[in-house]
Write a protein that binds this ligand. Structure first.
Ligand SMILES: [Zn+2]
Length: 640
């Protein structure tokens, strides 16, 4: 039985929303026609596809083990799961017999690999079956299972075929029998969170309470010390010293957010992707159970990350060491880690917060993470990737054709393939429009249906038009997001100005709608400056440029002087111009900057007087679009 829900809005799933706007339509087509097929080729080329056939004799490891026996090859099942998920989204856009046959072949292999008792992990089954479930802390068995489950749910929703879902249901039943607080069970939970989110999706897709119960158990058990930390118990059982742990120095279990029960956590710590996936599941569970303490924990963690631990680009986690968070205001630019997966996972978290509570701060961050750090992870041609997203590059940082740990590649493809699912929220008598960019949808509201046709050239232009066509519905409220970055927004209904009473980021227009009604929204989109809190030592004396939802950067190829020599005085006017033939069409920001001259300086490394400056035009491009014209130096935070 479903518990008392706290969710006030439901996301409108992406198949119910058609993207018509040029920006997302172009990204979506690239992902469907190039990225997803090329990822399959990469899975084949890098032995990942073949690994789920449990080949005999067992081939040597492709990726050698590190100290402690760990290899990222242990997560290959997750890559298969994520590719199936992205491919299933592609199938929902249009059925494709070749893709469907490939997914079926993968399911054949996974079904054949599954053990009698439901266990499924191709790495362990092939290489060390005796060690299964002995190291939840490090070895990602549940993370893999979670991604396979998400793939199974997506494939079921795309095709109606439930064979894979049944495989994964047997796997989840096995996990639920093995772990828990009951007789003969072990009180374990994943070292790398992800399965919680997947289980909640399986619950929504099937209505089966057992999926929700297992997700709830994992979140509730995490961080327990009764009778001791589970990761210590299992380390001792392996004959290891729990303190002999790579991340012990940076706080024993902060790395996996298992240092405290989740409701007692107040700081965003540790591995950023694990954190974001967990917070997303917490928000979901708060909604499902009406759990006020869990919701409050989410809100506390949210405030911590946005006030002290987030990059201006919507990137999370500065450090490569733990792939995650460090100290408040520690946001270095040239060593920024900002894993693409972490921003994608922030989109998941923010969307769930928005369903709990319609507050523009969640949509603002969803949009920031989506358009900037997440989208930067994929090249314009859809076939190369950033894993880490720096904000300052000397030119040595460029995209990968593939990554030894390809987690980010399919995270960005599954996000783009399902991006339409983030545009709208639905309540009984209210529709919330979170994102603009050209879309059409028909939604059930107030006892009938309404078709909304939104046209705009967002994110380049803030003029938005929404045609409303109700069919048999009563009065309802259309809640239009007024982005936090926007000043001077205005709206009209059928040409008549609407009072701008904005409630927590949303303009609520309640009326009796009729066929032919048109809402026009004007969101002024000026090029603007942004400054960091003075405690951010990396950014002091520096300025970033933004326009609409986009954060900008300067690539050296567009400047007349080295990008690191540029200074943008506060009084320099900013202007924006759309350039159709630049990187597929982008709006650039231009200004008159000053460049420190090396000419005439001589051989001295140091001198008592600063270098001379000369005027130098600055041209900044959207951050997501950088590094599509070859590697070159790049800077987000310019000296002021
Ligand atoms: Zn990743």
């Amino acid at each position: 039985m479903k518990g008392p829900t706290m969710r006030t809005y439901a996301s409108v799933p992406f198949p119910d929303v058609t993207i018509t706007g040029a920006f997302w339509h172009e990204r979506l087509e690239v992902v469907l026609t190039r990225t997803i097929p090329s990822q399959l080729k990469m899975l084949e080329k890098h032995d990942i596809r073949g690994s789920i056939k449990l080949p005999k004799p067992v081939p040597p490891l492709t990726i050698p083990r590190r100290k402690g026996g760990f290899t990222v090859q242990m997560f290959w099942d997750s890559d298969i799961g994520k590719w199936i998920e992205a491919a299933s989204y592609a199938l929902r856009h249009r059925r494709d017999a070749a893709i469907e046959a490939e997914v079926e072949a993968m399911i054949d292999d996974l079904e054949a690999a599954q053990a009698e008792d439901g266990y499924l992990n191709c790495f362990y089954q092939q290489r060390e079956p005796e060690n299964r479930w002995t190291n939840l802390r490090d070895n990602h068995e549940m993370y893999n299972a979670g991604h396979l489950l998400e793939g199974a749910v997506a494939y079921y929703q795309a095709t109606g075929k439930d064979r894979f879902l049944r495989v994964m249901e047997r796997n989840m039943d096995h996990i639920a029998r093995t772990f828990g607080r009951g007789e003969g069970q072990r009180p374990g939970y994943p070292g790398h969170q992800e399965i919680e989110l997947a289980l909640i999706r399986a619950f929504h897709a099937t209505g089966q309470q057992k999926f929700l119960d297992l997700a709830t158990y994992f979140i509730d058990e995490r961080g327990s010390r009764e009778p001791e930390h589970y990761f210590d118990t299992e380390a001792k059982a392996r004959g290891d010293d729990p303190a002999d742990y790579f991340f012990a120095a940076s706080g024993m279990y902060e790395y996996s957010q298992s240092h405290l029960p989740v409701r007692e956590q107040t700081k965003v710590v540790g591995h950023a992707v694990r954190a974001m996936y967990m917070y997303a599941a917490m928000a979901d569970l708060a909604a499902e159970h009406g759990d006020a303490a869990l919701k409050a924990a989410c809100e506390t963690l949210w405030a911590d990350v946005i006030e002290r631990r987030m990059y201006v680009t919507g990137g999370f986690g500065p450090s490569e060491h733990n792939e995650g968070f460090t100290a408040d205001y520690d946001l270095p630019n040239d060593t920024a880690y900002c894993e693409t997966c972490a921003s994608v996972a922030m989109v998941f978290w923010a969307a769930r917060m928005l369903n709990l509570d319609l507050d523009g701060q969640y949509a603002d961050l969803l949009e920031l993470a989506l358009y900037n750090n997440s989208l930067a992870g994929l090249s314009r041609d859809g076939e190369s990737y950033f894993y880490d997203n720096k904000l300052d590059s000397d030119g040595s940082h460029h995209r990968w054709a593939w990554h030894m740990c390809p987690c980010c590649t399919m995270n960005v493809s599954r996000l783009v393939a399902s991006v339409a699912g983030y545009f709208y929220g639905l309540a009984e008598t209210e529709i919330a429009v979170h994102l603009y960019g050209g879309s059409e949808t028909r939604l059930p509201v107030a006892g009938g249906h309404v078709t909304l046709t939104e046209t705009s050239d967002y994110p380049w232009n803030g003029a938005v038009r929404i045609a409303v066509a109700p069919e048999g519905c009563g009065d309802f409220t259309l809640s239009l997001r007024i982005p936090g970055w926007c000043e001077g927004a205005s709206a009209r209904v059928n040409g008549q100005a609407v009072p701008m009473t904005v409630e927590r980021g949303y303009l609520k227009i309640a009326r009796s709608w009729s066929e032919g009604d048109v809402v026009e929204l004007d969101l002024p989109m000026e090029a603007r400056r942004s400054y960091a809190h003075p405690a951010v030592r990396a950014d002091i004396g520096r300025v970033a440029l933004r326009r609409g939802p986009l954060v900008y950067c300067a690539e050296e190829r567009d400047q007349k002087a080295p990008v690191h020599s540029l200074r943008l005085p506060r009084e320099a006017a900013l202007s924006a111009r759309h350039v159709p033939d630049l990187i597929g069409g982008v709006t650039v920001i231009e200004a008159e900057a000053r460049a420190a001259r090396a000419e005439g300086w001589g051989p001295d490394l140091y001198r008592p007087a600063p270098p001379e400056e000369a005027p130098s035009p600055l041209l900044a491009v959207p951050y997501y679009a950088w590094c599509n014209r070859g590697a070159n130096p790049m800077l987000v935070w310019l000296r002021e």
